[in-house]
Design a protein around this ligand. Structure first.
Ligand code: NAD
Length: 504
C-alpha cells in the first residue's frame, strides 16, 4: 500500500489545494480505507482564503491557455493520457484502496481515463463550427466555438477519477481551465491525478494552475464554486438533492451547469430474450461497484411467464457472490464506501419490508473488523413502491413482473430519475418500440446489454431528475465552449434580413 501511495506522490500528510503551488491550511482529514478501516494518509482541506487564491490562479491561467491553438492543447492531453498509461496499475489500486471497488473495476476506470484522453486529442482538431447559407446576397453566416473559462468540476466518490477525466480532457482541448472539487470520500486519488496533470503541463511549459484542485467540504468549498461568476460552467456529479441545490445556485447567477445526478435504472427481461444474457448483464449491473454506480441496475421487470425461472437462477448467482478484499481477484464484490452507506442500505431494506416488499436474499452486514461489507439483496415487489422510486445507493435489486411490453415500459419510466435502461429481447418489434419515442425515457437505452458500463464515445447523462447533462463523447464538448454566430457582408451594400427596407 505504501509503495502505491509513494509512486503517486502521496505523503503521510498532504495539502489538499493546488493552483501552481500546493497549499492546505484547513482541517486535517484522515482518509480511511473501507476495506479494513486502515488510515491511508491525511489530507488538509483548503481554507476559504486559499480557495480564493486557487480560483484566482485558475482564472488567470485561462487568459493564456485560451490563446494556445487547440491541437497544441491536445498535445498536453496526450501527455496526460500517456502518464495515466504509465501509472495505470498504481492509480487503479489507489482507487480500490480509497473507495473499495474491485481492482479489475479500478483498472477499467483508469482505462476509461486513457480512452477519453485519446478521444479529446482527436477532438482538438475537430472543434467544428458550421457555415450556413445567408438569405442576403453576398453574405455569409458562420458559427465558431470559443473557450468558455473556468470549469468547476465537482465529483462523486464512486467514479473518483474517471469523472474528472471526462470533464478535464474535453475542457482542456476546448481551451478551458479546470478547478476540481472531489468528494471528501476520495481525496487521495484527486491529489494523484492533479500531480499527473501538473507534470504534463510543466513538461510543455504551461501554467499548472490550468488544472487546479480544492479539497474541502461541499457545503463551504462547493458553495464558493456554485456562487462565483468566475466559474463559467459547473459540472456537478452527485445525488439529486445535491444537484437541485447546485443547479439552483448556478442558475441564479446565469452560470452554466452540467448536472449528472442519480439514476434508478431498470432492465426489462422479455420472454423472447436470451435468459443467459439477461442474468449475466443484470448480475454485473447490480453487484458491480457494490451497487454504487449511477448506472447500477436497481430494478428488473420480468415477463410473468419466465419470472420464476429467472428468479431461481438469479438467486443462485447471488448466493455464490464472492465478497471480500477487492484487491483480491477472486472477489467480485468489495465493501460499501463507508459505515454510513451500510446503515442507509439496511434502513432501506426495512422500508421495503414495511411497504410490502419481500426480501428474497441478502441485505446482511458481514462481520469484518473495520470493513464495510454487506451481502447483496434481492427484493420482490409489486411495481414501483415509494422506496423503489428512490435511488438507494447500495446493492439492492427489485424484481417485478409484467404482462405486456407497454406495461413494462410504463414501469420502467414510472420513476423520477431517467439515466439508464435496457431491454433483453430478440424480438425486433419490442426493441424498436423500446428505443422509440414511446419507449424508454432515459438518456441511455440499451438492447441486449445491461444498464452499466457506458463507453466514452457516446454522450453520457440522463433525463428528468438525473439532471439533463451530457458529458464525454459525441458532441458533448459543445457544453464546454461558447458559440458565436457571425454574419459577414461582402456585398458593399447594406441589406437587412427578413426583407426589411431602410429608406434614408
Ligand atoms: P453526493 O451528492 O453526496 O456528493 C457529490 C459531490 O457533491 C461531492 O463532491 C460533495 O462534496 C459535493 N457537494 C456536497 N455539497 C455541495 C454543495 N453545497 N455544493 C457543491 N458541491 C457539494 O454524492 P456521492 O454520494 O458522492 O455520489 C453518489 C451519487 O452520485 C449518486 O446519487 C449517484 O447516482 C450520483 N452519480 C451520478 C453520476 C452520473 O453521471 N449521473 C455518476 C456518478 C455518481
Amino acid at each position: 500500500m505504501r509503495k502505491v501511495l509513494s509512486a503517486l506522490g502521496i505523503s503521510d500528510v498532504n495539502p489538499g489545494g493546488f493552483s501552481g503551488s500546493w497549499m492546505g491550511g484547513g482541517k486535517a482529514q484522515p482518509v480511511l480505507s473501507p476495506i479494513d478501516g486502515e488510515r491511508l494518509a491525511t489530507v488538509q482541506n483548503v481554507t476559504p482564503q486559499e480557495f480564493e487564491a486557487i480560483l484566482a490562479g485558475c482564472h488567470r491561467a485561462f487568459a493564456s491557455w485560451k490563446l494556445v491553438p487547440a491541437p497544441k492543447r491536445g498535445e498536453v492531453v496526450k501527455e496526460i493520457g500517456d502518464e495515466l498509461r504509465r501509472n495505470k496499475a498504481a492509480l487503479a489500486e489507489l482507487v480500490t484502496l480509497e473507495m473499495g471497488k474491485t481492482l479489475r473495476e479500478g483498472l477499467g476506470e483508469v482505462q476509461e481515463m486513457i480512452d477519453i484522453c485519446d478521444l479529446a486529442v482527436g477532438l482538438s482538431r475537430q472543434l467544428y463550427g458550421l457555415t450556413m447559407p445567408s438569405e442576403r446576397r453576398m453574405h455569409r453566416l458562420q458559427e465558431q466555438w470559443h473557450p468558455l473559462g473556468v470549469v468547476g468540476v465537482i465529483t462523486a466518490f464512486n467514479f473518483p477519477v474517471a469523472v474528472w477525466s471526462w470533464n478535464t480532457a474535453i475542457a482542456l482541448v476546448c481551451g478551458d481551465t479546470v478547478l476540481w472539487k472531489p468528494s471528501s470520500k476520495a481525496p487521495l486519488t484527486a491529489i494523484a491525478c492533479t500531480r499527473i496533470a501538473e507534470k504534463a503541463l510543466r513538461k510543455f511549459g504551461f501554467d499548472p494552475a490550468i488544472c487546479s484542485l480544492a479539497i474541502g467540504r461541499g457545503s463551504d468549498i462547493g458553495d464558493l464554486i456554485n456562487t462565483d461568476p468566475r466559474v463559467a460552467l459547473v459540472s456537478y456529479t452527485g445525488s439529486v438533492p445535491g444537484g437541485r441545490h447546485v443547479g439552483g445556485l448556478v442558475q441564479a447567477r446565469f452560470g452554466r451547469h452540467i448536472l449528472e445526478l442519480g439514476g434508478n435504472n431498470a432492465v426489462i427481461v422479455s420472454e423472447k430474450g436470451d435468459l443467459d444474457i439477461a442474468l449475466r448483464s443484470i448480475y454485473f449491473g447490480a453487484i458491480g461497484t457494490s451497487g454504487q454506480r449511477c448506472t447500477s441496475t436497481r430494478r428488473v421487470i420480468v415477463h410473468e411467464s419466465i419470472f420464476e425461472t429467472f428468479k431461481t437462477r438469479l438467486l443462485e448467482l447471488y448466493r455464490q457472490t464472492p465478497i471480500g478484499d477487492p484487491l483480491e481477484d477472486k472477489h467480485l464484490m468489495g465493501p460499501l464506501v463507508d459505515a454510513g452507506a451500510v446503515d442507509t442500505m439496511l434502513a432501506a431494506i426495512e422500508t421495503v419490508k414495511a411497504q410490502g416488499g419481500r426480501i428474497l436474499c441478502g441485505g446482511e452486514r458481514l462481520p469484518h473488523p473495520g470493513g464495510c461489507y454487506v451481502t447483496p439483496c434481492i427484493a420482490e415487489v409489486s411495481g414501483n413502491l415509494p422506496i423503489v422510486q428512490e435511488e438507494t445507493f447500495a446493492p439492492v435489486l427489485y424484481l417485478m413482473t409484467y404482462k405486456t411490453i407497454e406495461e413494462a415500459i410504463a414501469l420502467q419510466n414510472g420513476v423520477p430519475q431517467g439515466l439508464s435502461s435496457a431491454i433483453i429481447t430478440n424480438d425486433q418489434r419490442e426493441s424498436e418500440l423500446f428505443l422509440s419515442v414511446s419507449g424508454s425515457d432515459c438518456g441511455i437505452a440499451n438492447v441486449n446489454t445491461g444498464t452499466s458500463g457506458a463507453e466514452i464515445g457516446g454522450a453520457f447523462g440522463g433525463e428528468k431528475e438525473t439532471g439533463g447533462g451530457r458529458e464525454s463523447g459525441s458532441d458533448a464538448w459543445k457544453a464546454y465552449m461558447r458559440r458565436q454566430t457571425s454574419a459577414l457582408n461582402f456585398s458593399g451594400q447594406v441589406e437587412l434580413a427578413q426583407g426589411i427596407t431602410l429608406d434614408i
